[in-house]
Design a protein around this ligand. Structure first.
Ligand SMILES: Nc1ncnc2c1ncn2[C@@H]1O[C@H](COP(=O)(O)OP(=O)(O)OP(=O)(O)O)[C@@H](O)[C@H]1O
Ligand SMILES: [Mg+2]
Length: 270
């Protein structure tokens, strides 16, 4: 199982949209996917059809799994599409406080709990909250590829140094082979500010570590979000849907997953 973490503590840069569309596309193209929602806002969970009120009662959430020493991860997941399961999240202040208070190896809780998932999934796609606290550190500590979505605004690059410093620290301690790549996640090629920000991203990450695919800014994405669906499902012929499919091809290449792609194609055609 390869883990793809989506992280940027800047709010609203399309982390959840990226996680959702990547997870759905990977599953649609034959891979077995575990989507993990680490954000108590629960946006990824809701987009995948989880009832957040029911979840608040059952508390079968990613945060509770991390705190459950004995529990099996599979009792916390739900199947939401063919080949796509979700480990969901919802508001739970107590769980957040308990996670913050864990004294030992608190960055490794998720990795340890999901170790038995390795054989059953090809990919784990993790959506993180807009913060650099324990849940995000857990995502980074098990990540093979960390995607940093960057939208275009005057403040898009603020805080990036802080994020990259944190990523480097976790990589050194827990996942030395982790790759970190930036993605222009809401982008209009014709606009000067977008081009300027993208040039700065390339300067910061170097060309090899910026996805060539850019995700166009488009109303269809917001419309899909409003109906709690991925744009891949809501409007599969739209420009962002094409871009997300292209992005997933790039991700498979970056992760050197030609073999797993062929296996996925075989599975899809069965
Ligand atoms: N390509 C796009 N074009 C237009 N709007 C987009 C695009 N991608 C995402 N959005 C919109 O931007 C908003 C923020 O997206 P999203 O919720 O994915 O960000 P986020 O980084 O997960 O936010 P948070 O930090 O609160 O978790 C949403 O309303 C979403 O519909
Ligand atoms: Mg989000």
């Amino acid at each position: 199982m390869k883990t793809i973490a989506i992280a940027n503590h800047k709010g609203g840069c399309a982390k959840t949209t990226v996680a959702l569309n990547i997870a759905v596309t990977l599953a649609n193209t034959g891979s077995r996917v575990l989507a993990v929602d680490l954000d108590p806002q629960g946006n990824l969970s809701a987009s995948l059809g989880i009832d957040l009120e029911e979840l608040e009662d059952s508390r079968h959430t990613s945060h509770r799994l991390m705190l459950d020493e004995r529990g099996d991860f599979s009792t916390y997941t739900a199947n939401v599409r063919p080949r796509l399961d979700v480990l969901p999240s919802c508001l739970d202040d107590d769980a957040e406080a308990l996670l913050d208070g864990q004294a030992v190896s608190r960055e490794l809780l998720l990795k340890q709990k999901l170790a038995p998932a390795n054989a059953g999934y090809d990919y784990c796609v993790v959506d993180t909250p807009p913060s650099l606290r324990v849940p995000t550190l857990n995502a980074l500590a098990m990540s093979d590829l960390t995607i940093v979505p960057i939208e275009t605004s005057a403040f898009a690059l603020h805080g990036l140094t802080q994020l990259l410093r944190k990523v480097a620290k976790v990589r050194k301690a827990h996942s030395p082979d982790m790759m970190v790549m930036a993605l222009s996640s809401i982008y209009t090629a014709r606009q000067n500010l977008d081009k300027t920000v993208r040039a700065k991203i390339i300067e910061r990450f170097t060309e090899d570590f910026v996805f060539q695919t850019t995700i166009p800014r488009a109303i269809s994405v917001g419309e899909a979000t409003a109906t709690l669906r991925s744009v891949i499902e809501a409007n599969s012929e739209s420009a962002p849907a094409f871009a997300y499919r292209k992005l997933v091809t790039e991700i498979r290449e970056v992760l050197g997953d030609e073999e797993s792609r062929q296996e996925a194609t075989r599975r899809q055609s069965r």
